[in-house]
Structure formats: C-alpha cells, structure tokens
Design a protein around this ligand. Sequence first.
Ligand SMILES: Cc1cc2nc3c(=O)[nH]c(=O)nc-3n(C[C@H](O)[C@H](O)[C@H](O)COP(=O)(O)OP(=O)(O)OC[C@H]3O[C@@H](n4cnc5c(N)ncnc54)[C@H](O)[C@@H]3O)c2cc1C
Length: 397
Amino acid sequence: MTGTEEMIKDLTRRVEKLLAEYDPARTDRLEFLRARFDAGLAWVHFPEGLGGLGLPRELQAHVDRLLAKAGAPDNDPRRNGIGLGMAAPTILAYGTEEQKKRFLRPLWTGEEIWCQLFSEPGAGSDLAALATRAEWDGEYWVVNGQKVWTSGAHKAHWGILVARTDPEAPKHRGMTYFLCDMRDPGVEVRPLRQITGEAEFNEVFLTDVRIPDEHRLGERGQGWQVATATLMNERVAIGGGDIPREGGMIGVVADTWRRRPELRRPDLHARLMRLWVEAEVARLTGKRLRQKLAAGQPGPEGSASKLTFARLSQQLSGLEIELLGEEGLRYGDWTMKRPDIVVFTGKDAGYRYLRAKGNSIEGGTSEILRNIVAERVLGLPPEPRVDKNVPWKDLPR
Ligand SMILES: Cc1cc2nc3c(=O)[nH]c(=O)nc-3n(C[C@H](O)[C@H](O)[C@H](O)COP(=O)(O)OP(=O)(O)OC[C@H]3O[C@@H](n4cnc5c(N)ncnc54)[C@H](O)[C@@H]3O)c2cc1C
C-alpha cells in the first residue's frame, strides 16, 4: 500500500469513529462541528490539536465526501470566507500557541465570523500607505482611524487589522498587525451600498479602540509581512476554489444556452465556446495551484488565478446579458439587503452583471495583479518606487 492509500484508510477510520460517537441525526450541529475539529478532521493539513492532522491538503476532499455522504452538517465555508480563507492561515503562520488555540476552533465552526480591516480611503491598492494609528499607552494599543469596503463587518466578531505603529519608519516597515474585537467600544460600523443595491460591506470608524498586546499578530513593525501572507491567501480564496466542470458562472451561461435554443446566435456561439475553454483552463490551473499549495505557501500564481477569475466572471456575465437581450436587463430590486453570502447563481442575470464589476476590484485590482505577475512571475523590471526609504510621516498625502 502506498503512503497516500494508508493515509486515506486511516482518515476513513477516523471519520467512521467520529460518526459512531456523534451520530449526525441526533447530535446538535455545533456539537458535531466542534467534535469534528477536535478529531483533526476540520482541515487535515493543519497541525494536530488545531483541527488538523498535519496531512496533505488534498486529503480534505476525501473527509468532506465521507461526511457529506453520512448527512453530517458542514460549516458552510461561504459564511466565513474571510475567516477561513485569510485570517486562519495568517494566524497559523504568525500566531502564538495561545492565539492559535483561542481563535482557530470558533473560527472554523463559524461561531466567530471574521472581517478584514485593511483598506482605507487613500490606502487601497497602495495598502502600505495606510494612516490608521495604533499607539501603545503602556497598557493597550489605542487605535484611531477609518477603514472602508469592510465586507461583513456588521456580522463579524473579529477583524484582522493593519495599523501604523511607527510613522518615522518607511511606509512598509512601520505597520503592525492586530486582531480587533469588533464589539469593543469605539468600533462603529456603517453600511455602504453597492451598485446592486445590496450592502455587503461597510465603512468602519475606529475611535480610541483599546487592543491588548495579546491580540498583536507577529512582531511590532512586521505588519506588512503578515499582511502579505493574508493577501496571497486572499487571492487563492477568491480565484482558486475547487469547483466542478461547468461550476460557477460558465455553468449558468452554458445552461441557458442549452435550455433556450431560440436565443442562440452564431457570433455568441463562438464567444461561448472560447470562454468555456478558458473557464476549463482556469479550473484546471486552480487544481494545480492547490496541489502546489499543499507543498507550501501560495505564490504569485494566486494573483494570476484571481485575475483570470475576475476577467472570466465579467466576460461571462456580459455574454449572458447579450444572450438574454431585454430579459437580461430586468434587474430592478434596489432594496437594501445585507446578504450573508455572495451568490451569483440563483439570481437575475442583471444582478450577476452588476456584481461582477466588483470582481476586478475586491482582493486587489486587476491592474495591481498584472504588476505582480509582471514582476514576480515574468521577472520584468519593477515600477519605479520613490517612497521606499522615506519615513511615512514625510510622504505627501
Ligand atoms: C466587493 C468588494 C469587497 C471588498 N472587501 C474588502 C474587505 O473586506 N476588506 C478590505 O480591507 N477591503 C475590501 N475591499 C477593498 C479592495 O481591496 C480595494 O477596493 C482595492 O484594493 C482597490 O483599492 P481602491 O479602491 O482604494 O482603489 P485605488 O487603489 O485608488 O485604485 C484606483 C485605480 O487605480 C489603479 N491603480 C492604482 N495603483 C496602480 C499602479 N501602481 N499601477 C496600475 N494601476 C494602479 C487601480 O488598479 C484602480 O483601477 C473590497 C472591495 C470590493 C469591490
């Protein structure tokens, strides 16, 4: 038996044991999820004692399949996308043992939802320009500033936060990374509405928010390095999902094409075929990316995947509108909603078209991702940078 076969056999045994001890039909959902975490079957690639078994990441799919077949509840990863996709791998990489023990279990079960307090007015693509200050008063870090575009802040218990702790240092070196309790006094969350009418995100005002030093992630001044780990994971989380063939937007458009022959036109046929092939290439590239991930940290390839995802999403939603003609323009629901998750399927084509606009902005704009691919994958000369060794406080704003 090969090593992988043995690992699969062992995992099967562990799943059977969990199911025998916690019958999904009779066990409370959260109790089951907590037991699953404690059995190391939450994310098998995480270390033992932290919801995993230190196994290759690909083996998780086997566990998920067995549990789904047995009718076990899952933790619906879409409800805590920022927690699972970004906060968790960053806490695992930079957290102290106490932080990992405190935060990873309720994050994985979904008992604690996370948001990402990175972007600011004036610091989006140029994240290292951020101006939110965190000052040590001898007892606490006292945080003041404004964040923007904070998805899910209204339902989050915790936020990953980058703040400036040393204005005298050049911009990339004077930041520190924190875990911010969103229920603390001084955290004010206000909805921001999008082109779809929904408010998935918010502006967040931080006024004298007191963060204890135990909630600093990584060393003082190491914020940029920690934030980079989050951003690389973010791109994989957005663009590198494990989807079946014709999953996502291509599936929606192909389905309309099959069901509605009266809408077909030769020019649209050629475009659909091209996009179908591109979607399949993107899907298989995502598979390869996840295999590489199993062997280490995500690299710049995650940026390429996110870039492709955004381009395809916009081209396909545009094609769908053209295919449907007037029917596609019918979206007219502008009532303010606070959706729990972003779903493209099961909604109007007009909604998909409008929401897809944000895909090339969220998680890093396509222009920035092209720069990363140019510099770090293709090795092209970098853009000139004039602010590298200048103290942040002396930069023009
Ligand atoms: C749906 C959605 C959800 C979001 N959720 C979150 C969240 O939860 N938390 C969070 O912190 N942020 C979030 N964001 C913010 C997002 O990360 C930022 O909007 C993004 O990083 C771009 O920053 P900006 O909006 O300030 O644009 P700017 O940085 O002002 O950029 C404006 C334009 O200039 C281009 N540009 C800038 N610099 C360069 C350059 N050097 N070379 C070439 N072109 C350049 C950009 O690509 C862009 O087209 C979200 C955004 C969206 C749309």
